[in-house]
Ligand binder design. Sequence first.
Ligand SMILES: [Zn+2]
Length: 196
Amino acid sequence: MATPITATAFVAALKKEGVRVEEVRDWRNHNRNHKGPWGPVHGVMIHHTVTSGSKETVDLIYDGRADLPGPLSHGCITKDGTVHLTGHGRANHAGLGDDDVLRAVIAERGLPTPNERNTDGNRYFYGFECENLGDGEDPWPEEQLDAIERAAAALCRHHGWGARSVVGHLEWTDQKSDPRGFTMDALRERIADRLK
Ligand SMILES: [Zn+2]
């Protein structure tokens, strides 16, 4: 049972992991806690934004859309490898997913294929939205992949989790395809190496 990291400790953990951090507006008090529970936290979820343009992307993840209010994640990782902090607390990123997947994440064992939408992921997962069109062609620069690896590892290290606590949105629900353009297994391998 893990208590969510504080905003100050989050910044410190990211910097210690070698991440370039930008704090966006009032991110420390920006959340959806008035709409539902936040925590205990069990893992980190990786997404792609289906956008291009770093400024527009960060603003979208902070503000959200008419049909989906922000924050849309805790951090937005742009192509240059900067982690923009966009929210602290419950965020609209994971949506409903499979309780069997949640149990596997908690146990850090291999993930079953998701086939149910019965569990509130926004309560249990940190989220990083990563700037990419998600069309399978838009490249993922090494600086960006490195930042994703480091940001996820920072949270794993803080909580004492292994790389299996990091999942892709597509592993949480069969309704999503993100992230696209690299495999979660490859990312988890990098995170595991970093955590050694
Ligand atoms: Zn997603």
